[in-house]
Design a protein around this ligand. Structure first.
Ligand code: GUN
Length: 296
């Protein structure tokens, strides 16, 4: 049985079109244009690529984009002061501080200085607590994108066995909370899990977010399961640099019912969900109707 390939690029395009339609309606009905501020400290080349892509996508959705590029040696006080100004600016509905930050800056302190209502990454401890207690939160973009794809492919997730491999604050833990919120029976597995293969084989929904190239193989997957591959690993194969996920695609696609590819699966959904979170934050800040289908 060959698995269905879940096309994240096509689905992300639909989400972005839905965001753009909501933004257009917001502008027309209330004269408000959502705005996203992205802060980059230093010149990490990968981060510069991400920040450029986020700014371009924000403009394409009809929203305002504010880029703040600061030198690597920026002091913590200066960065916190900038966040304070963005918190107070009514034109800014979302604030994203690109991670990782240079080592002399305390990331937790910086993230927790962002107004939780503008925290479109969903990393602020208030949003972590709201998500964990089933209250209205800003939800981290990557797990939100995974949830949207799962709902789109499977419909109701209630009662399904879900296994999340990886326990990071950015993906694994919030993913598990979201699946619990949709009434799955959730297991979080990690590097110290005993008999990982047996745990994974129980999963109707298997989410791989460990950052280890191709570690999930076909024999670890229940026939017919839906497999979401969050990994993006650059490896050398046959003398060439290639991108692979945390899932061994060929052996898993032979067993699974559906699978997201790398690239073209979860990746494009992350930016789409950042745009969705920005329009959601703007709607909440202004007491307007929230976009349907774009929240947890
Ligand atoms: N660096 C890599 N991924 C992310 C992300 O989702 N948000 C932020 N702020 N920084 C990142």
């Amino acid at each position: 049985m060959a698995a269905t390939i879940i096309d994240g690029k096509a689905f992300a395009a639909r989400v972005r079109a839905s965001v753009a339609a909501h933004v257009a309606r917001m502008k027309e009905e209330s004269g408000i244009t959502p705005g996203l501020a992205v802060v980059l400290v230093g010149q990490d080349p990968a981060s510069e690529v991400y920040v450029r892509a986020k700014g371009k996508a924000t403009l394409e959705a009809g929203m305002n984009s504010y880029e703040h590029k600061l030198p690597a040696e920026t002091s913590e006080a200066d960065l916190l002061a900038l966040i304070g100004r963005l918190n107070a600016d009514p034109a800014v509905n979302g604030i994203l501080v690109q991670l990782p930050l240079p080592k002399h800056l305390n990331s937790d302190l910086v993230i927790n200085t962002i107004d939780p209502a503008k925290d479109v990454d969903g990393f602020h401890i208030s949003n972590v607590g709201l998500l964990g207690t089933g209250q209205k939160a800003m939800v981290p973009c990557t797990p939100l994108g995974c949830l949207m794809m799962l709902r789109d492919h499977l419909g109701s997730l209630a009662g399904m066995d879900a296994v999340v491999v990886g326990r990071s604050n950015i993906v694994g833990k919030p993913m598990a909370q979201l699946l619990l919120g949709d009434s799955c029976t959730v297991t979080i597995a990690h590097s110290r899990t005993k008999d990982l293969a047996a745990v994974c084989r129980r999963a109707d929904i298997l989410v791989a977010a460990v950052g280890r190239p191709e570690m999930i193989t076909g024999e670890m997957v229940k026939p017919g399961a839906t497999v979401i591959d969050v990994g993006i690993n650059r490896i050398e194969r046959d003398g060439k640099q290639v991108l692979v996920g945390d899932v061994d695609f060929a052996s898993t696609a032979a067993v699974a019912g559906a699978i997201t590819p790398v690239p073209g699966g979860v990746g494009p959904m992350t930016i789409a969900c950042l745009l969705a979170n920005t329009v959601t934050a703007c709607a909440r800040a202004n007491g307007l109707a929230e976009p349907e289908g774009l929240t947890a």
